[in-house]
Design a protein around this ligand. Structure first.
Ligand SMILES: Cc1ncc(COP(=O)(O)O)c(C=O)c1O
Length: 374
């Protein structure tokens, strides 16, 4: 089965990991520091905190922003559940704003109509690796005194109006799961523009431990001392994982170029195929195509999904609208709330997309899809 996404591991990645295994540090050591510095550099110099997954990154980000009961977080339903559940787990109420019908990206007009005086965070998702319209989202968030969060699980390495992903929202989260644009096996990161938010993220991901003597609240303590002011969790990424991440970061430009080539090849070939809509790209963005999401028209998505899988092509569907998950239905969310997202979900199909995918494999995907639709 041709997978829909897959890591690219080179000899240099393996050597980087082995070198750490031969050294003194397995957990928080120099590779963690170096990886966080490189992520920070890529994101306009803002503080980066590495962590164990994109899900952890979202949980940390909402904690660092002080999200809790009484707060409302406005986000998109066209995402992986963690974008919303990270806030729900802190006791906040999630409000879903609908997406643009063609791109699946959160629609700023819908956000504008959904925010209110209780909104503390507007959380956008760079679906498929295409950055959202952050200037508009920031304007809307500013108007109601909220902050912006970019779930950039798909879009590390991309940019919007010449500014890099990681510098577009007040807080950005990444995932380094194997199918993503670069991997640490499991892994993620939080980038914060505000130093206090960055520090809070670092503390939450490290059990809440405070080690800076200038901030100690207890008196008469020894050099061994550390204390907890706000409770946190152990979400630390390891030196082993960060060594892989550093090596992968050095290959990110190449990954991005190859993903763009594959996208161009799909776009050109599928332009002639009736019954399928290719993903749009807005003028002012430079995406990193993590997914290649098409829409299958005429109510044929399930049939196409099954026939592609039967032909050995590992297509996927991204995503079930978040509020359709029983956990959200149990909280009272009802179908019909975001009709564009529901229509998008009904048509959506992700075709194979990963850097090691060959042109011949792309052509086979296109031929199989065209054959099914013919
Ligand atoms: C948009 C989005 N947000 C968050 C996550 C969570 O990342 P992870 O799988 O690393 O926990 C993912 C990945 O599955 C994702 O696609």
């Amino acid at each position: 089965m041709l997978p829909y996404g897959r890591q690219s591991i080179a000899e240099e990645d393996i050597e980087a990991v082995v070198a750490v295994l031969r050294g003194d540090w397995l957990t928080t050591g120099p590779a963690v520091t170096a990886f966080e510095e490189q992520i920070s550099k890529l994101c306009g110099g803002h503080r980066a905190v590495s962590c164990t997954s994109g899900t952890a990154a979202l949980h940390i980000a909402y904690a660092a922003l002080g999200v809790g009961p009484g707060d409302e977080v406005v986000t998109t339903p066209m995402t992986f559940v963690a974008t919303a559940s990270g806030a729900t787990l802190h006791g906040a109420t999630v409000r879903f704003a609908d997406v643009e019908p063609d791109s699946g990206l959160i629609d700023p007009d819908a956000v504008d109509a959904t925010v209110g005086e209780r909104t503390t965070v507007v959380a956008a998702v760079d679906y498929a690796g295409h950055p959202c319209d952050y200037d508009r989202l920031q304007q809307i968030a500013d108007r109601v005194g909220a902050v912006t969060l970019a779930d950039a699980a798909h879009s590390i390495g991309g940019s919007y109006r010449g500014r890099p992903v990681g510098s577009l929202a007040d807080v950005t989260t990444f995932s380094f799961f194997p199918t993503k644009n670069l991997t640490t096996a499991e892994g993620g990161a939080v980038v914060a523009k505000d130093d206090a938010v960055g520090r809070r993220a670092a503390e939450f991901h490290n059990i809440g431990l405070v080690r800076d003597p200038d901030r100690f609240r207890l008196d008469d303590v020894g050099p061994w001392h550390q204390e907890v002011h706000e409770l946190g969790l152990n979400y630390r990424l390891t030196d082993v994982a960060c060594a892989l991440g550093l090596s992968q970061l050095a290959r990110l430009d190449m990954f991005k170029r190859r993903r763009a080539q594959i996208t161009a090849r799909y776009n050109a070939a599928l332009a002639q195929v009736p019954g399928v809509a290719t993903p749009p790209q807005r003028e002012d963005v430079d995406p990193v195509w993590h997914l290649y999401p098409v829409r299958i028209l005429d109510g044929r998505r399930r049939e196409v999904f099954e026939a592609m899988r039967a032909a050995g092509i590992g297509v996927q569907v991204n995503y079930l609208p978040v509020y359709w998950h029983p956990a959200y239905a149990d909280l009272g969310y009802r179908r019909g709330m975001c009709p564009n997202a529901e229509a998008f979900y009904a048509q959506q199909l992700s075709l194979p997309m990963f850097p090691d995918l060959t042109d011949d494999q792309v052509d086979r995907v296109v031929e199989t899809l065209s054959g099914i639709l013919r």
